[in-house]
Design a protein around this ligand. Structure first.
Ligand code: 5GP
Length: 203
């Protein structure tokens, strides 16, 4: 078990979701996918790098026959806030006529998702749905919304379970939230730790 509080790259983080809580969220999403993809063999498109751990658990929990492909979307670089620019590295597999399920780790401003959706629609898939493990409040203004959201969280910066801070912390089995304001930017609103209402994860 990793400690309650950790330091990554000079920043303090505190445990926000345990692996058991994450597993419960993933199981609920997996049930929804089993129901909605019965008789369909989707292309599960994993958004790298952050969604690789989530996708590995989700696909095994769902157990639906599918093809797996990756797409790379870079919006964060090494900072905690979006650079406002999204680079897309396209998948090798043709998505024309495919039932595409896009697997995202976290939706914040929605910029990455908007760019990805624009790119994917041009490939003319038969259907396109989005599953995101986490979504921040700003994602609520997003159109269209992800079809499946594991958990809505406060506007925190989180790491672990595939998500990084400057490439650190992806290996952590639990999800941690930043405890302090970003250094060097005192005017920025404090991204304080807040408990999340896990009742949302109940069936
Ligand atoms: P958006 O474009 O929606 O603002 O951001 C989406 C991408 O930014 C996510 O796929 C993820 O890679 C990254 N991101 C957004 N919020 C967080 C966060 O709290 N922690 C980490 N590690 N990455 C985040």
């Amino acid at each position: 078990m990793y400690p309650e509080r950790i330091e990554l790259n000079g920043h303090r983080f505190r445990r926000f979701l345990t692996r058991q809580q994450i597993a419960a969220i993933v199981e609920r999403l997996a049930q929804q996918l089993r129901r909605d993809y019965a008789g369909v063999t989707p292309v599960c498109l994993i958004v790298l790098k952050g969604a690789f751990v989530f996708a590995a658990d989700l696909l095994r929990a769902a157990g639906i026959p599918c093809r797996v492909e990756t797409i790379r979307a870079r919006s964060y670089g090494t900072a905690m806030h979006s650079s406002g620019r999204v680079e897309i590295q396209p998948p090798e597999l043709s998505l024309a006529g495919a039932d595409v399920l896009l697997i995202e780790d976290i939706v914040d401003s929605g910029l990455t998702l908007r760019e990805l959706l624009g790119f994917l629609r041009r490939q003319q898939p038969a259907s396109l749905r989005i599953v995101a493990l986490l979504a921040k409040p700003s994602a609520q203004e997003l159109q269209p919304q992800p079809d499946y959201i594991g958990l809505e969280i406060p506007p925190l910066f989180v790491v672990g379970y595939g998500m990084d801070y400057a490439e650190h912390g992806r290996y952590l089995p639990d999800i941690y939230a930043l405890e302090e304001p970003e250094q060097g930017n005192p005017t920025q609103e404090r991204t304080s730790f807040a408990a999340v209402d896990l009742s949302q994860t109940a069936e």
